[in-house]
Design a protein around this ligand. Structure first.
Ligand code: MTE
Ligand code: MO
Length: 168
C-alpha cells in the first residue's frame, strides 16, 4: 500500500515538474494587463500567458498613424503588432477573440492579423492609454494606410480596454 502511495506521489511530482518546465516565459513583475489563452503553446502562470506592460513593450515597437471614427484627424498610436504577440504566444487557431474590461468582445480572423499591420496600442501620442482613454490596450487598424479597410466590421473589431485575447 505504501509503495503504491509513494509511486503516486512520485508520479504527481513528475507531472508538476513537467508542467513547470513547459512554462518558459517569466512571470510578470508588474500589474497584469493582458492574458493570452486558448490555443497557445507557451505559459508563465497557469494555462494562460499573463503579461504586464513591460513584457508587451519588450516586443518590437510599432506605430500606426491613422484616422478613426473616434478622433478628429490623424492620431499616432504606439504598440506592438498583433501578429508579433501571437507569434510570442506560439498561437494556433483561426480566430482571436479579443475581450475588453466592459465584457465587449469581437472575433478577429488570424488571417487578417497576419495580412494587416494591426497593432495592440499601448500608447497614444507617446502617452500610456488610460482606461478612460480606450486603454490600457486598444486594437488599432491602419485605416489611413489601407484603402477600403475602414468598415463597420473593422470598427467592431477595434476593441478598446482590451484585457484578454483567446485563440480559438
Ligand atoms: N471595449 C469596447 N470596444 C468596442 C466597443 C465596446 O462597446 N467596448 N464597441 C465596438 C463597436 S461595435 C464599434 S462599431 C466601435 C464603435 O463604437 P461606438 O459606436 O461606441 O463609437 O467600437 C468597438 N469597440
Ligand atoms: Mo458596431
Amino acid at each position: 500500500m505504501h509503495r503504491i502511495l509513494a509511486s503516486i506521489i512520485v508520479l504527481l511530482q513528475f507531472a508538476s515538474a513537467v508542467e513547470a518546465n513547459s512554462c518558459e516565459i517569466p512571470v510578470p513583475k508588474g500589474e497584469v494587463i493582458l492574458v493570452i489563452d486558448g490555443m497557445i503553446n507557451v505559459c508563465n502562470e497557469g494555462s494562460g500567458l499573463r503579461l504586464d506592460r513591460e513584457m508587451i513593450e519588450a516586443l518590437p515597437a510599432r506605430e500606426v498613424r491613422t484616422e478613426n471614427p473616434w478622433e478628429d484627424g490623424k492620431v499616432a498610436y504606439q504598440g506592438v503588432l498583433m501578429r508579433d504577440l501571437l507569434t510570442f504566444a506560439k498561437a494556433n487557431g483561426g480566430t482571436a477573440v479579443v475581450s475588453a474590461l466592459n465584457d465587449y468582445r469581437a472575433d478577429i480572423p488570424v488571417d487578417d492579423i497576419n495580412k494587416y499591420d494591426v497593432i495592440l496600442a499601448v500608447r497614444r501620442g507617446g502617452e500610456y492609454l488610460s482606461v478612460r482613454d480606450k486603454g490600457p490596450l486598444f486594437v488599432v487598424f491602419p485605416f489611413s494606410d489601407v484603402p477600403g479597410l475602414a468598415s463597420e466590421t473593422r470598427y467592431a473589431q477595434s476593441v478598446w480596454q482590451v484585457n484578454r485575447i483567446t485563440l480559438k
